[in-house]
Design a binder for this molecule. Structure first.
Ligand code: 48F
Length: 269
């Protein structure tokens, strides 16, 4: 600015701030209690509950934005429905709910994403975006002990770039309908039997909302030592039904996944 004192910073200061800040934070997260793949409703809820319990937790989200399937509500109508049992999990983070027909509650999708992400961060979780979980780290007895990461941009460009890894005592697969992390484990360890009834990831069935929601908490479990499935990944792992734009099960599943992961961390496995 002509005539005024030049600012102390220049372009290099901006670059330095970004690079130093990134690496300070990322180095902090190289050894986690819990690594969560996917920042949809189940992953964000799990992250908040774990961080609130004092565990070191990070979420790795492939996209540049968080929220997973919340944004689109139902068929691009940006409203999401939750049932009464799950309503407190939204209310406690300030998501306003309107009563809807048949004992359901309605939330604004943008508010639900924003408050879920903010609550997880406020509790102490860190969310990394643009980083996908492309594989797992294994140890003796095929125990899962970390995630293998790469940039979404690398994946999309189809570049041959080796990934980096972060250790975690527990990994939560909250990747949604494809249960990507559990499927990767199954694909890469021939003969592996998961702890699902079928021993494998069955994939999601067509829609039956009520049953899908009812069984989701039970399906949220450690499917392999060190690997918990949550949210739609838990449904898909067990070959359960699709539920559509009702999200209560996702919140309850995230909370249960957090409780299971915390228990594993406490028991020192
Ligand atoms: O799909 P998503 O919202 O999963 P969710 O928490 O909730 C499902 C509901 O949104 C909805 C539903 C309703 O009730 O059926 O679909 O189970 O969020 C999954 C997140 O994981 C990211 C993906 O971009 C999304 O934000 N994701 C998927 N694969 C990976 C991943 C991966 N390999 N690594 C990192 N993130």
């Amino acid at each position: 600015m002509a005539g005024s004192q030049p600012a102390a910073w220049d372009e290099v200061s901006i670059t330095r701030a970004i690079m130093e800040g990134f690496f300070q934070d990322f180095l902090d997260d190289l050894r986690l209690d819990v690594a969560i793949a996917g920042a949809g409703p189940s992953g964000l809820t799990a992250a908040r509950c774990l961080a609130r319990d004092g565990l070191r937790v990070a979420v790795f989200e492939r996209n540049l934005y968080v929220g997973g399937g919340i944004w689109g509500g139902g068929m691009l109508f940006p409203r999401v429905v939750v049932q009464e049992e799950a309503a407190p999990l939204f209310r406690e983070i300030g998501v306003r709910l309107r009563p809807a027909a048949d004992d359901l509650f309605l939330a604004d999708a943008v508010e639900a994403v924003s408050r879920s992400a903010a609550a997880a961060i406020d509790a102490g979780a860190r969310i990394w975006v643009g980083m996908g979980v492309e594989d797992l780290v294994l140890r003796e007895d095929e125990r899962v002990c970390g995630v293998v990461l790469n940039w979404m941009a690398v994946e999309r460009a189809g570049l041959h770039v080796d990934p980096l890894a972060v250790h975690a005592r527990v990994v939560i697969d909250a990747t949604g309908h494809e249960a990507e992390v559990a499927r990767t484990l199954q694909r890469k360890v021939p003969g592996l039997r998961l702890r699902t009834a079928s021993g494998e990831v069955l994939g999601e069935r067509p829609m039956w909302s009520q049953v899908a929601e009812e069984v989701l908490e039970a399906n949220t479990m450690e499917v392999h030592p060190g690997l918990i499935v949550a949210g739609m990944a838990a449904g898909a792992a067990h070959g359960s039904y699709r539920m559509g734009a009702i999200f209560g099960g996702m919140l309850l599943s995230g909370r249960k996944a957090a409780a299971l992961a915390a228990e594993i961390c406490r028991n020192g496995r």
